[in-house]
Write a protein that binds this ligand. Structure first.
Ligand code: GAR
Length: 188
């Protein structure tokens, strides 16, 4: 069975969906490590509840991205990680990680890329007035949400739907699609 590391920065609902899919056998992989750049984020609690080891770091404690990414790579090697799934990891991946795991880093983004890359994508799309919302799963390269697209899904906004309602539907879609695509990638 392949080993997956999930990277997160916040709430960790996608991480939880991935864990549950793995526990229920829909995702045939071992969720071997959680990496977070915010040691106090809720994703850490989820990892502890599911007995998943955590590597937590604070970027401010390091003089460069190269320095902390080197530590991350050491951890990934220790846990024999085959695939990295970014799940709300709000940080650009740098050269060190890309060189070691080229083509093995996946991200989920809450918009139909190439529209609305970066942060606050749902609010930006809502404020822009889009009528079809969606999500994108893509390979990670050095750019901001620019890597090759693997999968997308979408839905039509309902009349009068609030941004919070749209956001809830986006997360629902993410929680279904991400484990499914990860399963395809590790068991192709
Ligand atoms: C998700 O909606 C994910 O698509 C988004 O952050 C959220 C994390 O939620 N990622 C990005 O915006 C990346 N540019 P979660 O912590 O509950 O999984």
């Amino acid at each position: 069975m392949k080993n997956i590391a999930v990277f997160a920065s916040g709430f960790g609902s996608n991480f939880e969906a991935i864990l549950e899919a793995a526990e229920q056998g829909q995702l045939q992989a071992h969720i071997a490590l959680l990496v977070v750049d915010k040691p106090a984020c809720f994703a850490v609690e989820r990892a502890q509840r599911h007995n998943v080891p955590v590597f937590a770091f604070n970027p401010k404690d390091y003089s460069s991205k190269e320095e902390y990414e080197t530590l991350i790579v050491n951890q990934l090697e220790e846990y024999k990680i085959d695939l990295i799934a970014l799940a709300g990891y709000m940080r650009l991946v740098g050269n060190v990680l890309l060189q070691h795991y080229e083509g093995k880093i996946i991200n989920i983004h809450p918009a139909l890329l190439p529209a609305f890359p970066g942060t606050h994508a749902i609010e930006k799309a809502y404020d822009y007035g889009v009528k079809i919302f969606g999500i994108t799963i893509h390979y990670v390269d050095a750019g901001m949400d620019t890597g090759k697209i693997i999968a997308q899904d979408c839905f039509k906004m309902k009349e009068g739907e609030s941004v919070d309602e749209v956001e809830a539907r986006i997360h629902q879609l993410e929680h279904q699609l991400y484990p499914k695509i990860l399963n395809q990638l590790v068991n192709h």
